[in-house]
Design a protein around this ligand. Structure first.
Ligand code: CTP
Length: 406
């Protein structure tokens, strides 16, 4: 698939790197995209709108109130027709406006009005880029699913050397191409994902469980399917909709989950254990509702099977196993211990004591380990994006000779 025929809204904001927007615009148009350009007032100080008008073969808009066509409201029209919004270069100011919902010019107003995916290519001075305010705004946007094209390091126009240089136009265009090219690297692979928390019954109306929402596991199942895999989702009770094309195997207890996973294991290429499995279950599950009697009720709990460990022991060459570890302290230490003990190929660890990570949130902050230590340390990202990164890594490991299994 190419970007031919795709409608790309290019937002250009006012930094010296605005001149590179001409190359981006030209390459997108040459590749067959329909490019509409919005420039901020300051961008026009660095680059003439006529340049981008000529390269895009479309009128360049800078003024919110410059309505040329009475039949439409131009910022809504541009917002509605975009398949993708690309901001290149994005200044600290435009990033801040988008993060905080300001709409005081044509670009920021259109950004609020669009429901299209947004790709942001920042460019600014090294200290501005590293400033906590800029980084916090970028974090906020990542949480909402905005994707960033990381600036490069090098000589900056301000004389400094460091991170802040706009990604090169060829790379920006390649990222746009990649956005429209579905990643099918799990085509033909059989993937099982476990998700949600298990519930361990005390009696017909009561149970022990945990706070897991299932969001991480459901995101993994959905993304694995999008990457072409045949996906089974073994899930504890969850309020989330089952992703299209994914086979749901609903389970309740850890014992149910163990059976569902082990029965399917021989046919699988990839197992991802994102479920929060209860470590213990009541020794006895009463057939009838437990009646209130004594002042104190003591529950005896017995250990549940460790499903991941059993998968790790049984895994065959060519099968890849990914575990999760939710920790509140000593994340790296516990993560490496679990990876080795449970014989996983990759272990995704998150510090659930952080605000944006763990149960119930739409975001996660994870570090991925393999037997040699840290493989990737990801910033706060939407769970869908975390899922994509994990699966890309899994796909690349599976394509290596030996399947990446340890
Ligand atoms: N896991 C599992 N079966 C269990 C417990 C955990 O399959 N009975 C899996 C989880 O799905 C996860 C990984 O093991 O992929 C780590 O889970 P976690 O709860 O963090 O680890 P535990 O082994 O339970 O260790 P602890 O509770 O002591 O941190």
């Amino acid at each position: 698939m190419t970007i031919k025929g795709k409608s790309i809204l290019l937002g250009v904001s006012g930094g010296i790197a605005a001149y590179k927007a001409a190359a981006v615009c030209s390459k997108l148009a040459q590749a067959g995209a329909k490019v509409n350009v919005i420039m901020t007032e300051s961008a026009t100080k660095f680059l003439a709108p006529l340049t981008l008008q000529t390269l895009s073969r479309n009128r360049v808009v800078t003024d919110t109130f410059d309505e040329q066509d009475p039949a439409v409201v131009s910022h809504i029209d541009l917002a509605d027709h975009a398949d993708l919004v690309l901001i290149a270069p994005a200044t600290a100011n435009v990033i801040a406006k988008l993060a905080h919902g300001l709409a005081d010019d044509m670009l920021s107003t259109t950004l609020l009005a669009t429901t299209a995916p947004i790709l942001v290519a920042p460019a600014m001075n090294v200290h501005m880029y590293a400033h906590p305010a800029v980084q916090a705004n970028m974090d906020l946007l990542r949480r909402r699913g905005v994707r960033f094209l990381e600036p490069g390091e090098g000589q900056l126009a301000c004389g400094y050397v460091g991170k802040g240089r706009l990604m090169e136009p060829e790379e920006i265009v390649a990222a746009v191409q990649a956005f429209f090219t579905p990643d099918r690297t799990l085509q033909g692979k059989r993937v099982l994902v476990t998700a949600g928390g298990t519930i361990e019954r005390l009696d017909p109306v009561r149970y022990l469980t945990n706070d897991s929402s299932g969001k991480m596991g459901y995101a993994l199942a959905e993304e694995a399917r999008a990457m072409g895999a045949e996906v089974v989702l073994v899930s504890g009770p969850s309020a989330l909709p089952v992703p299209a094309g994914v086979e749901l195997v609903p389970v309740q207890s850890a014992e149910d989950m163990k059976t569902a996973v082990l029965d399917r294991l021989p046919a699988l290429d990839l197992v991802i254990k994102a479920a929060a499995v209860a470590d213990y279950r009541p020794e006895v599950t009463a057939d009838q509702k437990i009646k209130k009697k004594d002042e104190v009720l003591t529950l005896r709990l017995v250990k549940n099977p460790d499903i991941l460990q059993m998968v790790g022991e049984r895994k065959q060459p060519g099968q890849l196993v990914i575990g999760f570890a939710a920790e509140t302290e000593n994340v790296a230490g516990y993560a490496m211990d679990k990876l080795v003990r449970k014989n996983c190929d990759l272990l995704v660890a998150n510090d659930v004591s952080k605000d944006d990570a763990g149960f119930g949130t739409d975001t996660n902050i994870v570090t991925i380990f393999d037997k040699n230590g840290v493989v990737e340390e990801l910033p706060v990202l939407a769970k869908q994006e975390v899922a994509r990164r994990i699966l890309k890594l899994a796909a690349s490991r599976m394509s290596q000779p030996g399947g990446g299994t340890s």
